[in-house]
Design a protein around this ligand. Structure first.
Ligand code: GRF
Length: 201
């Protein structure tokens, strides 16, 4: 049986599509059981539906964090989701949510964490003047962009870069490493020592 993914989004959904492409191409052994957006403005909802995925909007606006997370957990459980993938999901998860899926939640962030957590990571990298940035897939805890690191990829920051150019270079790597990290998390061939995710179970 293919393992069932739940993908949470807030925006355009290019990481979601890259995961779906890798599954369709046989590069990732999994199935997308459910896509949830926290806002109806998430363009990724339509992209998901257009390719036949089950995609729902559960609005988070004006909801208490844990009340909202209970709704999410209910839907994810109903769809028998085994791994939750945050793909541009612009909300912090509550301790309640994290406890429901221990080490079963991944997030992708467009910087080499722990550098530049939070919003506009690419702009932060440019303003700081780093010569390399990149992306990180990590297990999620209730802190922002924290949790053990599963995969990273570095890209150069070029002199002519603006935010859009750097973001595009990073995004190409995001689309590659997220599926690799999902495969590792699903395959279980790793162990966590402290903050380190080491290959081999
Ligand atoms: C990506 O840059 C991801 O790293 C960040 O939000 C963006 C989502 O893009 N967390 P998309 O919706 O997957 O296209």
């Amino acid at each position: 049986m293919k393992k069932r993914l739940g993908i949470l989004i807030s925006g355009r959904g290019s990481n979601l599509e890259a995961i779906a492409d890798n599954i369709d191409a046989g590069r990732l052994e999994a199935q997308i059981a459910l896509v949830i957006a926290n806002t109806p403005r998430a363009a990724g909802l339509e992209r998901a539906r257009a390719r036949g995925l089950k995609a729902e909007c559960i609005r988070s606006r004006a909801m208490e964090r844990e009340d909202y997370d209970r709704l999410l957990v209910e839907r994810l459980r109903a769809e028998r989701v085994e791994l939750v993938c945050l793909a541009g999901f612009m909300r912090l998860l509550s301790a309640y949510f994290v406890e429901q899926f221990p080490q079963r939640i991944l997030n992708i962030h467009p910087s080499l964490l722990p550098a530049f957590p939070g919003l506009e990571a690419q702009r932060q990298a440019l303003e700081h003047g780093v010569r390399f940035s990149g992306c990180t897939v990590h297990f999620v805890d209730e802190r922002l962009d924290a949790g053990p690191i599963v995969a990273q990829a570095a890209v150069p920051v070029l002199d002519g870069d603006d935010e859009a150019a750097l973001a595009a270079r990073i995004l190409a790597q995001e689309h590659r490493i997220y599926s690799e990290a999902i495969a590792l998390a699903l395959g279980g061939d790793y162990r966590i020592e402290g903050r380190r995710v080491l290959r081999g179970g």
